[in-house]
Design a protein around this ligand. Structure first.
Ligand SMILES: NC(=O)c1ccc[n+]([C@@H]2O[C@H](COP(=O)([O-])OP(=O)(O)OC[C@H]3O[C@@H](n4cnc5c(N)ncnc54)[C@H](OP(=O)(O)O)[C@@H]3O)[C@@H](O)[C@H]2O)c1
Length: 295
């Protein structure tokens, strides 16, 4: 079997196309573009490239994005003050605030994220937004989880009654995705198993999956013998490998071998990553529309 490749890049481009029209309609109604402020701390090359990609995508759909930088030696108090200031308009009108992770080791990440007001929390990390998602009435859904569900729906991969196995239980990806896939409605109604580093018999759990999602950050973790023939495999992992210090991107799945067994598979790059960015833009537009009562 050779798996169908689930092209996240093409789907993200289509989503951007319709967002562009909705952003124009918003600007006509409100007299301004939706506005996103991204906080970039330190000089990690990966973070800088993710932020640049988000800013470019925002510009493509007509969202005004500003990147605010802070030095890698900053402390929790100064970052909290910066985010609080942005929320209160220190960098102009704002509909969404995103703090690019990871933050430097000395910073209390949760303290900084908790400073982003729930109505500006386009990453969907605020406890209020996490709570709304867990109650089945989501507002801002964490972008990667939303992107995975969107990809499954677009590819017409049935989730209702199917067994979804997610490897990775982070607050950012695994946990919200488990809630989404188990929620009622399109792209939901799955029976979900959530695996992590303490899971015993990981391979057995994975082999039981109709839909297998890897969100770990470990290249080659998912091998062909862990995949049921015909299963859908979604690779969220982004790992930098290569002898030149990591210029090549790979996921958590042994792509070539698993593609020979799976029914459908996402590539890395070009799978989940572009959808994460598209969902961020959608959340920013939603935040702007909620602000002026258009939704
Ligand atoms: N494509 C995208 O847009 C996108 C977006 C976000 C993240 N990512 C990528 O997705 C990956 C995961 O990100 P994250 O933020 O969720 O990472 P994270 O916070 O480090 O969480 C990793 C999860 O994997 C689990 N894990 C670690 N080793 C394992 C093993 N050997 N077997 C089973 N589970 C194991 C951990 O278990 P414990 O909880 O027990 O520690 C944890 O739940 C990373 O590669 C990241 O770069 C991609």
């Amino acid at each position: 079997m050779t798996a169908r490749i689930l092209d996240g890049k093409a789907l993200a481009a289509a989503i951007e196309g319709s967002l562009h029209e909705e952003v124009e309609a918003f600007a006509t109604a409100s007299g301004r573009a939706p506005r996103l402020v991204v906080v970039l701390v330190g000089d990690l090359p990966a973070s800088a490239s993710y932020v640049a990609a988000k800013a470019r995508a925002a510009a493509r759909v007509g969202i005004d994005a500003e990147v605010v930088r802070a030095t890698g030696s900053c402390d929790t108090a100064s970052l909290v003050a910066l985010v609080r200031g942005i929320a209160h308009g220190s960098h102009g009108p704002v509909d969404g605030i995103l703090v690019q992770l990871p933050l430097p080791r000395q910073v209390d990440t949760l303290a900084v994220l908790d400073t982003v007001p729930a109505d500006l929390d386009v990453d969907g990390f605020h406890p209020e937004n996490a709570g709304l998602l867990s109650q089945g009435r989501p507002r801002f859904i964490p972008c990667t989880a939303a992107g995975v569900q969107r990809l499954l729906v677009d590819a017409r991969i049935a989730t209702a009654g199917r067994h979804a196995v997610i490897v990775g239980r982070s607050d950012i990806v695994g946990k919200p995705l488990a809630l989404l896939l188990a929620s009622r409605g399109p792209g939901g109604d799955a029976t979900v198993t959530l695996c992590h580093s303490r899971t015993t018999d990981l391979a057995d759990h994975c082999r039981a999956a109709d839909i297998l999602v890897a969100a770990v950050g470990q290249p080659g973790l998912i091998t062909a013998d862990m995949v049921r023939p015909g299963a859908t495999v979604i690779d969220v992992g982004i790992n930098r490998v290569g002898e030149d210090g990591g210029s090549r991107l790979v996921g958590d799945v042994d792509f070539a071998a698993v593609a020979a067994v799976a029914g459908a598979i996402t590539p890395v790059p070009g799978g989940v990553g572009p959808l994460t960015v598209a969902m961020l833009l959608a959340n920013t537009l939603l935040a702007a529309e909620l602000r002026i009562g258009r939704r």
